[in-house]
Write a protein that binds this ligand. Structure first.
Ligand code: NDP
Ligand code: 8X3
Length: 248
């Protein structure tokens, strides 16, 4: 019996790469995102692997519950939909951008999880895979609320595991570093030059790399729970602790 993965944010980047990776291995897919034409394109490419496409904004609580809570066959929920907006210092940010990140990266993950989890607990099997970020552990200038939303994803993942102890439902947080997708184009609101500069002279992670990691965690024996996996390009590492020197 093929397994079914529900992927949020399947229209681009990691989500689309995961759809392709899981389809190749015979999984059934329920794909969601806001851009319907992209979902339909994937459906055309992946054929019968795609059992449903759902146009869905994860920020809309009612829409999430009405679309997802009656799905009876989800083995894997990939909470991938998310975004960063801007890189300004906290005192210059447009508060609307902060709200969009919280609504998507925090509330969207909460709603999708809450809609899908009862079925998994009832069936006593399933896997929630969240896409966190290195930004959830490591601060950087301009990361302010984006990093904080991913710190939420990290701790939410751990707390879900605490609630789920005694069930066979697994929870994993994958924490990628710099990866080339539409992420930076979205962060810099369509500024391709600024987005391109993020990856210039490096070999960043590719969406297919993250799909490989998600697939690995999802296909380990069912008693093995990968709690967290932090993944970076070979060209990325941590910065030094910053010191401001202006004293006499
Ligand atoms: P992309 O911009 O390529 O993909 C983001 C996906 O999220 C799109 O499919 C988009 O679909 C979807 N999405 C955004 N907002 C919403 C919404 N309100 N409702 C539903 N879907 C939404 O970026 P990535 O693939 O890189 O990002 C995927 C995840 O990985 C995000 O959570 C991101 O924070 C995280 N991440 C990215 C890293 C990177 O460097 N690229 C590193 C670490 C983590 P649509 O617009 O059609 O709705
Ligand atoms: C995306 C990685 O370092 O741009 O989550 O925040 S980073």
């Amino acid at each position: 019996m093929p397994k079914t993965a529900l992927i949020t944010g399947a229209t681009s980047g990691f989500g689309a790469a995961c759809a392709r990776r899981f389809a190749k291995e015979g999984w059934r897919l329920i794909l969601s995102g806001r851009r319907t034409e992209r979902l339909e394109e994937l459906r055309r490419d992946l054929g019968e692997a795609v059992t449903a496409v759902i146009t869905l904004d994860v920020r809309d609580r009612e829409a999430v519950f009405s679309a997802l809570q009656d799905l009876s066959d989800v083995d894997l929920l990939l909470n991938n939909a998310g975004l960063a907006l801007g890189l300004e210092p906290a005192w210059e940010v447009d508060p609307e951008d902060w709200e969009t990140m919280v609504d998507t990266n925090v509330k969207g993950v909460m709603y999708c999880t809450r809609a899908i989890l009862p079925g998994m607990v009832k069936r006593n099997r399933g896997h929630i895979v969240n896409i966190g970020s290195i930004a959830g552990s490591w601060p950087y200038p301009g990361g302010n609320v984006y990093g904080a939303t991913k710190a939420f994803v990290q701790q939410f993942s751990r707390n879900l595991r605490a609630d789920l102890l005694g069930t066979r439902v697994r929870v994993t947080n994958i924490e990628p570093g710099m990866a080339e997708s539409e992420f930076s184009k979205v962060r810099f609101k369509g500024d391709d030059d600024r987005a391109g500069a993020v990856y210039e002279g490096t070999e960043p992670l590719r969406p297919a790399d993250i799909a490989e990691v998600v697939f690995f965690a999802a296909t380990l024996p069912p008693h093995v729970n990968v709690n967290t996996l932090e993944v970076m390009s070979i060209d990325q590492s941590w910065g030094h602790l910053a010191v401001h020197r202006e004293r006499g």
